[in-house]
Design a protein around this ligand. Structure first.
Ligand SMILES: Cc1cc2nc3c(=O)[nH]c(=O)nc-3n(C[C@H](O)[C@H](O)[C@H](O)COP(=O)(O)OP(=O)(O)OC[C@H]3O[C@@H](n4cnc5c(N)ncnc54)[C@H](O)[C@@H]3O)c2cc1C
Length: 353
Protein backbone atom coordinates (compact mmCIF):
# COMPACT_ATOMS: atom_id res chain seq x y z
CA UNK A 1 0.00 0.00 0.00
CA UNK A 2 3.06 2.27 0.07
CA UNK A 3 2.56 5.56 -1.73
CA UNK A 4 -1.25 5.34 -1.79
CA UNK A 5 -2.94 8.20 0.00
CA UNK A 6 -5.87 6.94 2.05
CA UNK A 7 -8.08 9.95 1.57
CA UNK A 8 -11.24 9.75 3.64
CA UNK A 9 -14.54 11.58 3.45
CA UNK A 10 -14.85 13.54 6.67
CA UNK A 11 -18.01 15.31 7.84
CA UNK A 12 -17.58 17.87 10.62
CA UNK A 13 -20.61 19.14 12.54
CA UNK A 14 -19.92 22.62 13.93
CA UNK A 15 -17.93 25.48 12.42
CA UNK A 16 -16.38 27.03 15.52
CA UNK A 17 -12.61 27.18 15.96
CA UNK A 18 -12.44 23.44 16.79
CA UNK A 19 -14.31 22.33 13.66
CA UNK A 20 -12.44 24.76 11.41
CA UNK A 21 -8.92 23.95 12.65
CA UNK A 22 -9.59 20.20 12.70
CA UNK A 23 -10.93 20.52 9.13
CA UNK A 24 -7.85 22.46 8.00
CA UNK A 25 -5.44 19.92 9.53
CA UNK A 26 -7.32 16.97 7.95
CA UNK A 27 -7.63 18.66 4.54
CA UNK A 28 -3.86 19.30 4.62
CA UNK A 29 -3.43 15.54 5.08
CA UNK A 30 -5.39 14.97 1.89
CA UNK A 31 -8.84 14.14 3.29
CA UNK A 32 -12.05 15.46 1.71
CA UNK A 33 -13.64 17.62 4.38
CA UNK A 34 -17.15 19.09 4.68
CA UNK A 35 -18.17 21.36 7.58
CA UNK A 36 -21.84 21.84 8.52
CA UNK A 37 -22.52 24.93 10.62
CA UNK A 38 -25.88 25.86 12.08
CA UNK A 39 -25.30 29.65 11.90
CA UNK A 40 -22.22 31.31 10.45
CA UNK A 41 -18.67 30.10 10.93
CA UNK A 42 -17.00 31.20 14.20
CA UNK A 43 -20.11 33.07 15.35
CA UNK A 44 -20.77 31.30 18.67
CA UNK A 45 -18.39 30.60 21.60
CA UNK A 46 -15.36 31.18 19.39
CA UNK A 47 -16.24 34.88 19.00
CA UNK A 48 -16.84 35.42 22.73
CA UNK A 49 -13.37 34.91 24.19
CA UNK A 50 -10.93 37.12 26.13
CA UNK A 51 -8.83 36.99 22.90
CA UNK A 52 -5.88 35.44 24.74
CA UNK A 53 -3.60 32.83 23.23
CA UNK A 54 -2.37 31.31 26.42
CA UNK A 55 -1.54 28.35 28.58
CA UNK A 56 -3.57 29.91 31.40
CA UNK A 57 -1.35 31.10 34.26
CA UNK A 58 -4.15 30.71 36.78
CA UNK A 59 -4.72 27.03 35.94
CA UNK A 60 -1.30 26.32 37.49
CA UNK A 61 -2.95 27.05 40.84
CA UNK A 62 -4.90 23.81 40.39
CA UNK A 63 -1.82 21.96 39.04
CA UNK A 64 -3.25 21.52 35.52
CA UNK A 65 0.32 21.40 34.30
CA UNK A 66 -0.01 19.29 31.13
CA UNK A 67 -2.96 21.39 30.01
CA UNK A 68 -0.99 24.62 30.54
CA UNK A 69 1.97 23.21 28.64
CA UNK A 70 -0.26 22.22 25.71
CA UNK A 71 -1.64 25.79 25.65
CA UNK A 72 1.87 27.28 25.71
CA UNK A 73 2.97 25.11 22.77
CA UNK A 74 -0.14 26.05 20.82
CA UNK A 75 0.27 29.73 21.73
CA UNK A 76 3.64 29.58 19.97
CA UNK A 77 2.03 27.81 16.98
CA UNK A 78 -0.47 30.65 16.53
CA UNK A 79 2.11 33.41 16.97
CA UNK A 80 4.47 31.75 14.50
CA UNK A 81 1.91 30.84 11.82
CA UNK A 82 -0.32 33.92 12.01
CA UNK A 83 1.99 36.81 13.02
CA UNK A 84 -0.21 39.37 11.24
CA UNK A 85 -3.21 38.64 13.53
CA UNK A 86 -1.44 37.81 16.80
CA UNK A 87 0.91 39.51 19.19
CA UNK A 88 2.57 39.12 22.51
CA UNK A 89 1.31 41.18 25.41
CA UNK A 90 2.82 42.12 28.74
CA UNK A 91 0.36 41.51 31.56
CA UNK A 92 0.84 43.15 34.96
CA UNK A 93 -0.44 41.78 38.25
CA UNK A 94 -0.42 44.68 40.74
CA UNK A 95 -0.11 43.83 44.44
CA UNK A 96 -0.70 45.68 47.69
CA UNK A 97 1.21 43.55 50.19
CA UNK A 98 4.88 42.70 49.73
CA UNK A 99 4.88 40.04 52.43
CA UNK A 100 1.96 37.94 51.31
CA UNK A 101 1.67 34.28 50.46
CA UNK A 102 -0.36 35.30 47.43
CA UNK A 103 2.54 37.30 46.01
CA UNK A 104 4.95 34.42 46.61
CA UNK A 105 2.50 32.04 44.93
CA UNK A 106 2.19 34.28 41.86
CA UNK A 107 5.94 34.86 41.69
CA UNK A 108 6.52 31.09 41.61
CA UNK A 109 3.62 30.83 39.14
CA UNK A 110 5.00 33.31 36.57
CA UNK A 111 8.47 31.76 36.79
CA UNK A 112 7.08 28.24 36.35
CA UNK A 113 4.90 29.47 33.44
CA UNK A 114 8.06 30.73 31.71
CA UNK A 115 9.86 27.47 32.52
CA UNK A 116 7.03 25.39 31.02
CA UNK A 117 7.14 27.49 27.83
CA UNK A 118 10.90 26.78 27.57
CA UNK A 119 12.31 28.12 24.31
CA UNK A 120 8.79 29.20 23.33
CA UNK A 121 8.74 31.77 26.15
CA UNK A 122 7.65 35.21 24.93
CA UNK A 123 9.59 37.40 27.38
CA UNK A 124 11.05 37.54 30.87
CA UNK A 125 8.65 37.61 33.81
CA UNK A 126 9.56 40.06 36.59
CA UNK A 127 8.81 41.31 40.06
CA UNK A 128 8.98 45.13 40.41
CA UNK A 129 8.71 46.53 43.90
CA UNK A 130 7.97 50.23 44.56
CA UNK A 131 7.52 50.86 40.87
CA UNK A 132 4.57 53.17 40.71
CA UNK A 133 2.26 52.29 37.87
CA UNK A 134 1.57 55.93 37.13
CA UNK A 135 0.59 55.66 33.48
CA UNK A 136 -2.02 53.12 34.50
CA UNK A 137 -3.52 55.44 37.10
CA UNK A 138 -3.93 52.72 39.69
CA UNK A 139 -4.61 53.43 43.37
CA UNK A 140 -1.56 54.42 45.43
CA UNK A 141 -1.82 51.47 47.78
CA UNK A 142 -0.38 49.16 45.12
CA UNK A 143 3.21 48.49 46.17
CA UNK A 144 4.44 47.04 42.90
CA UNK A 145 3.64 44.49 40.29
CA UNK A 146 4.55 41.18 38.75
CA UNK A 147 4.68 40.97 34.99
CA UNK A 148 4.60 38.14 32.48
CA UNK A 149 3.98 37.68 28.76
CA UNK A 150 1.18 35.95 26.91
CA UNK A 151 -0.35 35.99 23.43
CA UNK A 152 -3.34 37.96 22.10
CA UNK A 153 -5.19 37.70 18.82
CA UNK A 154 -7.45 39.72 16.60
CA UNK A 155 -9.97 36.90 16.38
CA UNK A 156 -11.97 38.59 13.61
CA UNK A 157 -9.12 38.97 11.13
CA UNK A 158 -7.60 35.64 12.19
CA UNK A 159 -10.97 33.96 11.69
CA UNK A 160 -11.28 35.44 8.19
CA UNK A 161 -7.83 34.11 7.33
CA UNK A 162 -8.73 30.63 8.58
CA UNK A 163 -11.93 30.59 6.51
CA UNK A 164 -9.93 31.71 3.47
CA UNK A 165 -7.43 28.90 4.10
CA UNK A 166 -10.28 26.37 4.44
CA UNK A 167 -11.63 27.49 1.05
CA UNK A 168 -8.18 27.23 -0.53
CA UNK A 169 -7.96 23.68 0.79
CA UNK A 170 -11.29 22.93 -0.94
CA UNK A 171 -13.16 22.27 2.27
CA UNK A 172 -16.93 22.33 1.61
CA UNK A 173 -18.37 24.93 3.98
CA UNK A 174 -22.13 24.70 4.59
CA UNK A 175 -23.33 27.61 6.72
CA UNK A 176 -26.87 28.04 8.06
CA UNK A 177 -27.04 24.26 7.92
CA UNK A 178 -28.24 22.79 11.20
CA UNK A 179 -27.59 19.05 11.44
CA UNK A 180 -30.57 17.16 12.86
CA UNK A 181 -29.34 13.56 12.80
CA UNK A 182 -26.04 11.74 12.88
CA UNK A 183 -24.93 8.30 13.99
CA UNK A 184 -21.87 6.20 14.78
CA UNK A 185 -21.84 4.64 11.25
CA UNK A 186 -20.78 7.86 9.52
CA UNK A 187 -24.12 9.41 8.57
CA UNK A 188 -24.95 13.10 8.85
CA UNK A 189 -28.59 13.66 7.96
CA UNK A 190 -28.77 11.79 4.62
CA UNK A 191 -25.09 12.00 3.69
CA UNK A 192 -22.53 9.25 4.21
CA UNK A 193 -18.98 9.87 5.46
CA UNK A 194 -16.06 7.65 6.52
CA UNK A 195 -15.79 9.61 9.76
CA UNK A 196 -18.01 12.14 11.47
CA UNK A 197 -16.54 14.68 13.88
CA UNK A 198 -18.84 16.37 16.35
CA UNK A 199 -17.29 19.79 17.05
CA UNK A 200 -20.26 21.65 18.49
CA UNK A 201 -18.59 23.20 21.55
CA UNK A 202 -21.05 23.51 24.44
CA UNK A 203 -23.71 21.52 22.54
CA UNK A 204 -21.76 18.19 22.40
CA UNK A 205 -23.51 16.35 25.23
CA UNK A 206 -26.95 17.63 24.21
CA UNK A 207 -26.53 16.53 20.58
CA UNK A 208 -25.03 13.15 21.51
CA UNK A 209 -27.99 12.38 23.74
CA UNK A 210 -30.48 13.65 21.17
CA UNK A 211 -28.96 11.17 18.71
CA UNK A 212 -28.96 8.33 21.26
CA UNK A 213 -25.19 8.15 21.76
CA UNK A 214 -24.08 7.91 25.39
CA UNK A 215 -22.00 10.90 26.47
CA UNK A 216 -18.95 9.81 28.49
CA UNK A 217 -18.69 13.21 30.14
CA UNK A 218 -20.98 15.42 32.12
CA UNK A 219 -20.82 19.10 31.38
CA UNK A 220 -21.19 22.23 33.48
CA UNK A 221 -22.30 25.24 31.44
CA UNK A 222 -20.44 28.28 32.73
CA UNK A 223 -21.31 31.63 31.24
CA UNK A 224 -18.54 34.21 30.89
CA UNK A 225 -19.20 37.83 29.97
CA UNK A 226 -17.04 40.71 28.81
CA UNK A 227 -17.43 44.47 28.57
CA UNK A 228 -15.76 46.75 26.07
CA UNK A 229 -15.17 50.06 27.80
CA UNK A 230 -14.50 53.51 26.44
CA UNK A 231 -11.17 53.69 28.25
CA UNK A 232 -7.67 53.47 26.85
CA UNK A 233 -5.05 51.40 28.67
CA UNK A 234 -1.47 50.73 27.65
CA UNK A 235 -0.76 47.37 29.33
CA UNK A 236 -2.70 44.27 30.10
CA UNK A 237 -3.69 43.95 33.72
CA UNK A 238 -4.80 40.98 35.78
CA UNK A 239 -6.29 41.82 39.15
CA UNK A 240 -8.59 40.37 41.77
CA UNK A 241 -12.29 40.85 41.17
CA UNK A 242 -14.43 42.09 44.03
CA UNK A 243 -15.30 38.51 44.95
CA UNK A 244 -11.58 38.20 45.93
CA UNK A 245 -11.34 34.67 44.63
CA UNK A 246 -11.23 35.16 40.87
CA UNK A 247 -9.04 37.27 38.65
CA UNK A 248 -10.26 39.67 35.99
CA UNK A 249 -8.36 40.80 32.88
CA UNK A 250 -8.34 44.36 31.56
CA UNK A 251 -6.67 44.31 28.15
CA UNK A 252 -6.00 46.99 25.53
CA UNK A 253 -8.44 46.34 22.68
CA UNK A 254 -8.66 48.42 19.50
CA UNK A 255 -8.11 51.65 21.44
CA UNK A 256 -10.54 50.60 24.21
CA UNK A 257 -10.44 48.23 27.20
CA UNK A 258 -11.67 44.67 27.09
CA UNK A 259 -12.73 43.66 30.58
CA UNK A 260 -13.63 40.11 31.60
CA UNK A 261 -14.62 37.68 32.59
CA UNK A 262 -17.27 36.24 34.89
CA UNK A 263 -18.16 32.63 35.75
CA UNK A 264 -21.87 32.01 36.19
CA UNK A 265 -23.40 28.54 36.07
CA UNK A 266 -26.30 28.39 33.60
CA UNK A 267 -28.70 25.63 32.59
CA UNK A 268 -28.30 25.82 28.83
CA UNK A 269 -25.66 27.05 26.36
CA UNK A 270 -28.28 28.77 24.19
CA UNK A 271 -28.37 32.56 23.77
CA UNK A 272 -26.12 33.64 26.67
CA UNK A 273 -26.50 37.29 27.69
CA UNK A 274 -24.76 39.43 30.26
CA UNK A 275 -26.92 40.19 33.31
CA UNK A 276 -26.82 43.24 35.56
CA UNK A 277 -24.98 41.35 38.34
CA UNK A 278 -22.15 40.54 35.95
CA UNK A 279 -22.03 44.14 34.72
CA UNK A 280 -21.85 45.40 38.30
CA UNK A 281 -19.22 42.83 39.21
CA UNK A 282 -16.95 43.82 36.32
CA UNK A 283 -17.40 47.57 36.82
CA UNK A 284 -16.91 47.41 40.59
CA UNK A 285 -13.85 45.21 40.08
CA UNK A 286 -12.11 47.59 37.69
CA UNK A 287 -13.03 50.57 39.88
CA UNK A 288 -11.30 48.87 42.78
CA UNK A 289 -8.04 49.01 40.86
CA UNK A 290 -8.15 52.23 38.81
CA UNK A 291 -8.47 55.76 40.16
CA UNK A 292 -10.44 57.13 37.23
CA UNK A 293 -13.70 55.31 37.72
CA UNK A 294 -15.79 53.94 34.90
CA UNK A 295 -19.57 53.90 34.90
CA UNK A 296 -22.20 52.13 32.83
CA UNK A 297 -22.03 55.08 30.42
CA UNK A 298 -18.53 53.90 29.45
CA UNK A 299 -19.81 50.53 28.22
CA UNK A 300 -19.53 50.44 24.45
CA UNK A 301 -20.67 46.86 24.08
CA UNK A 302 -20.73 43.50 25.82
CA UNK A 303 -20.81 39.84 24.91
CA UNK A 304 -21.21 36.47 26.60
CA UNK A 305 -20.28 32.90 25.82
CA UNK A 306 -20.67 29.57 27.55
CA UNK A 307 -17.74 27.37 28.54
CA UNK A 308 -18.53 23.67 28.42
CA UNK A 309 -16.47 22.56 31.42
CA UNK A 310 -16.05 18.84 31.90
CA UNK A 311 -17.53 18.13 35.31
CA UNK A 312 -15.05 16.99 37.97
CA UNK A 313 -15.07 16.44 41.74
CA UNK A 314 -13.90 20.03 42.12
CA UNK A 315 -15.92 23.18 42.31
CA UNK A 316 -16.42 24.35 38.67
CA UNK A 317 -14.17 27.41 39.22
CA UNK A 318 -11.31 24.89 39.48
CA UNK A 319 -12.36 22.67 36.57
CA UNK A 320 -9.83 21.93 33.88
CA UNK A 321 -10.10 23.62 30.45
CA UNK A 322 -8.53 20.59 28.84
CA UNK A 323 -10.31 18.76 26.03
CA UNK A 324 -11.51 15.18 25.83
CA UNK A 325 -12.11 13.11 22.67
CA UNK A 326 -14.82 10.45 22.72
CA UNK A 327 -14.76 7.75 20.03
CA UNK A 328 -17.79 5.64 19.07
CA UNK A 329 -17.03 3.65 15.87
CA UNK A 330 -16.98 6.27 13.10
CA UNK A 331 -18.09 9.13 15.31
CA UNK A 332 -15.48 11.30 17.07
CA UNK A 333 -16.80 13.85 19.57
CA UNK A 334 -14.90 16.78 21.05
CA UNK A 335 -15.54 18.00 24.60
CA UNK A 336 -14.11 21.23 26.02
CA UNK A 337 -10.77 22.80 25.08
CA UNK A 338 -9.81 26.38 24.38
CA UNK A 339 -9.43 28.46 21.22
CA UNK A 340 -5.67 28.28 21.84
CA UNK A 341 -5.56 24.48 22.00
CA UNK A 342 -7.57 23.79 18.82
CA UNK A 343 -4.31 22.77 17.02
CA UNK A 344 -3.70 20.15 19.77
CA UNK A 345 -7.27 18.89 19.30
CA UNK A 346 -6.65 18.69 15.54
CA UNK A 347 -3.33 16.83 15.94
CA UNK A 348 -4.97 14.31 18.24
CA UNK A 349 -7.90 13.76 15.85
CA UNK A 350 -5.55 13.39 12.87
CA UNK A 351 -4.00 10.37 14.63
CA UNK A 352 -7.33 8.56 15.02
CA UNK A 353 -9.16 9.40 11.79
C1 LIG B 1 -16.10 33.73 28.33
C2 LIG B 1 -15.11 32.90 27.59
C3 LIG B 1 -13.79 33.34 27.45
C4 LIG B 1 -12.88 32.55 26.77
N1 LIG B 1 -11.62 33.04 26.59
C5 LIG B 1 -10.71 32.31 25.92
C6 LIG B 1 -9.42 32.84 25.66
O1 LIG B 1 -9.12 33.99 25.98
N2 LIG B 1 -8.54 32.05 25.00
C7 LIG B 1 -8.85 30.78 24.59
O2 LIG B 1 -7.98 30.10 24.05
N3 LIG B 1 -10.09 30.26 24.80
C8 LIG B 1 -11.02 30.99 25.44
N4 LIG B 1 -12.28 30.50 25.64
C9 LIG B 1 -12.60 29.16 25.16
C10 LIG B 1 -12.96 29.18 23.68
O3 LIG B 1 -13.93 30.15 23.41
C11 LIG B 1 -13.57 27.83 23.29
O4 LIG B 1 -12.74 26.77 23.70
C12 LIG B 1 -13.72 27.69 21.79
O5 LIG B 1 -14.26 28.84 21.22
C13 LIG B 1 -14.63 26.50 21.51
O6 LIG B 1 -14.76 26.38 20.13
P1 LIG B 1 -15.73 25.31 19.54
O7 LIG B 1 -15.51 25.30 18.08
O8 LIG B 1 -15.51 24.02 20.27
O9 LIG B 1 -17.19 25.80 19.95
P2 LIG B 1 -18.11 26.94 19.24
O10 LIG B 1 -17.33 28.13 18.87
O11 LIG B 1 -19.30 27.12 20.12
O12 LIG B 1 -18.56 26.23 17.91
C14 LIG B 1 -19.52 25.21 17.87
C15 LIG B 1 -20.37 25.44 16.66
O13 LIG B 1 -21.28 24.36 16.50
C16 LIG B 1 -22.46 24.88 15.91
N5 LIG B 1 -23.57 23.96 16.08
C17 LIG B 1 -24.26 23.66 17.23
N6 LIG B 1 -25.24 22.77 16.95
C18 LIG B 1 -25.17 22.48 15.63
C19 LIG B 1 -25.90 21.62 14.75
N7 LIG B 1 -26.92 20.89 15.18
N8 LIG B 1 -25.55 21.59 13.42
C20 LIG B 1 -24.52 22.34 12.95
N9 LIG B 1 -23.79 23.15 13.74
C21 LIG B 1 -24.10 23.23 15.07
C22 LIG B 1 -22.67 26.21 16.63
O14 LIG B 1 -23.49 27.08 15.89
C23 LIG B 1 -21.23 26.71 16.76
O15 LIG B 1 -20.86 27.62 15.74
C24 LIG B 1 -13.25 31.29 26.27
C25 LIG B 1 -14.57 30.85 26.41
C26 LIG B 1 -15.49 31.66 27.04
C27 LIG B 1 -16.91 31.20 27.13
Amino acid sequence: MDGILLSKKIGIIGGGISGLVVGIFLAKEGHQVSIFEKKSLLSETSSKTTKLLHGGLRYLENFHIKEVQKGLNDRYWWLTNFPQHTNKIKILIPFKNIFSLELLKFYIGIKFYGFLAGKKRLGKSKLSIRKVLQDLNLYNDYKGHLSFFDGVMDDESLGKDLIHLAKELKINLYENNEVSNFDTYGNIDNKKFDKVILAVGPWTKILLEKNKVKSLKDIDYIKGSHLILNKKIHSGLMFKGICQSRYVFALPYKGYTLLGTTEVKVKSPDKPEIDSNEENYLIDSINQAFRDHVTRKDIISSYSGVRPLIRSKNDFHKSSRDFFIQQDSNLISIFGGKWTTSPSIARKIATIV
